[in-house]
Design a protein around this ligand. Sequence first.
Ligand SMILES: C[C@H](O)[C@@H](O)[C@@H](O)[C@H](O)C(=O)O
Ligand SMILES: [Mg+2]
Length: 495
Amino acid sequence: MVRGRICRLLVRDVRFPTSLGGHGSDAMREAQREREHKQGELEREKQASCGAGSPMRRWIPGPWDHDLSRRQTLNDCATQHTDPDYSAAYVVLETDAEDGLKGYGLTFTLGKGTEVVVCAVNALAHHVLNKDLRDIVGDFRGFYRQLTSDGQLRWIGPEKGVVHLATAALLNAVWDLWAKQEGKPLWKLLVDMDPRELLSCIDFRYITDVLTEEEAYEILQKGQVGKKEREGQMLMHGYPAYTTSCAWLGYSDDTLKQLCTEALKDGWTRFKVKVGADLQDDIRRCRLIRNMIGPEKTLMMDANQRWDVPEAVEWMSKLAEFKPLWIEEPTSPDDILGHAAISEALVPLGIGIATGEQCHNRVIFKQLLQAKALQFLQIDSCRLGSVNENLSVLLMAKKFEIPVCPHAGGVGLCELVQHLIIFDFISISASLENRMCEYVNHLHEHFRYPVVIKKASYMPPKDAGYSTEMKEESVKKHQYPHGEVWKKLLAAQEN
Ligand SMILES: C[C@H](O)[C@@H](O)[C@@H](O)[C@H](O)C(=O)O
Ligand SMILES: [Mg+2]
C-alpha cells in the first residue's frame, strides 16, 4: 500500500574515475595515443578504483586529468567523450511512514557538471517535499506536469538539458519508492497495472498528433493477450542483451581481442564497436572484431555524433563491408532531418540508424519516428522524464513498429532500463525481433541489487524497487570531491 509524506530529500554527487582505464570512451584516437605515450614515463602502481570487471586492474595515467590546459588539448583533437568519469546525481527520498523504506533515484553524467545537476535537483525539491506519496502516484500525470512546467525553471528547459536530467533523477526515486512499498520489482509493478492506471502516469501533451490516449489504451489492451506466457518466458530466459564492453575507442587492439575472446566464451553473440575518429582505425578494428565473431553474429557501430550528414553516409559506406546492423548517433542528436537523410542513404546498404541516448524528450522521439529517421529506438532511463515519459515513447515506438533497443552505457543505466524493456516485451511490444538491450560490464558491484546476466540475457530483477540503490560504502568513497577515492586522486594530481 502506498503511504507516507516525503519528509527528506538528499542529493549527492557520486563519480567513478572510469576515464583512468578508457572505459566508456568514444571517438578518442588521439587521446589514446597520448595515453600510450605517457604510460611509459608515468606508470605508477595503484589499486584501480574502477571496480571489478574492469580489464585495467592497475592505475594507469590516462586522459583523466584535472589540469585544464591538458584537457583542452585532448578536447581540441576529438570532440566526443574522450574521458568520461561515469557519475551520477544520486537522490534519496525518505518518508514519515516509519517503514524503513527509502526511494533511490539517479541520473547519469560524465563527471564534471554533476554538481550542476545536483543544483537543479535542489531547485526542484520543493515540488516533492511534504507531498504525500499517495497524492503523487494518484495523479502521476499531474505531478509530472507540475515538475516539468515550473513557471520559472521551465525557462532553462523545458523538458531538456540539466533540468530534465534532474527531473529524471527525482522521478526515478519516486518510482523506486512506490515499487518498494508495493513489494514488487518495478517491471512487475508496471506489468500488473491496468491500462488506465498506466495511462494516468503519462503526459500526452505535444504527442496527441501521433498518439492519442485512446490509441495508447488500445495498444495496452492488445498487450494483455498472452501477457502471462511472456512473463513466464522472461523469467525463464531473460531479455536478450548485447555488449559494448569489448570495444570502447580508447582500448588498444590487444585489449579488444582479449575482451572479445572472453565475451565469446561467455556466450555473447551481439557486439557494439565505437567508430568515428579515424577511418583507417575503424576499418582495422571492425575487420578485427568481425573476423573474431564470424559472419553470423551481430555487430553494431556507434559514432557518438561525430559526423556531418554527408560525412556519415560516406564513412559508413566504407564500413558497410563489415555488415553492421546499425550505426548509432551518426550526427547531432537534434538533427531529425539529418538522421532521415542518413537513413535513406544507408538503409539500402542494410544499415539501420539507431539513436536516443541524447534525445531530449518524447517530442524529439515523435519527430524522429514521423520522419522515418531511425530504424532502432534507444530509450534512456535517466535522460527522459523517468518511467512516465519512457512509457509514452514505448507506446509511440509500438505504433510505428520500430524496435526499441535501450541505451545502457553508463553507471546504473543497465540496472534501471532492464525494468522498462522487460515490461515493454510483456505488455507492449510482445516481440523480440530485432530487439536487444545494451549491456556494459562496469560498476555493477556498487549497486545493492546489481543486474543478473545469464547466457547474454538480462534476468528479470526479483527484489522490490527500481534497482537504483547504491551501496552506502561506495557512495561515501566516491562522493566528489571529498570521498576517499577522489581525495587520493586529487592529491596525486597535485604532487
Ligand atoms: C560516454 C558514454 O560512455 C557513451 O560513449 C556511451 O553511452 C555510448 O554511447 C553507448 O552507446 O553506450
Ligand atoms: Mg551510444
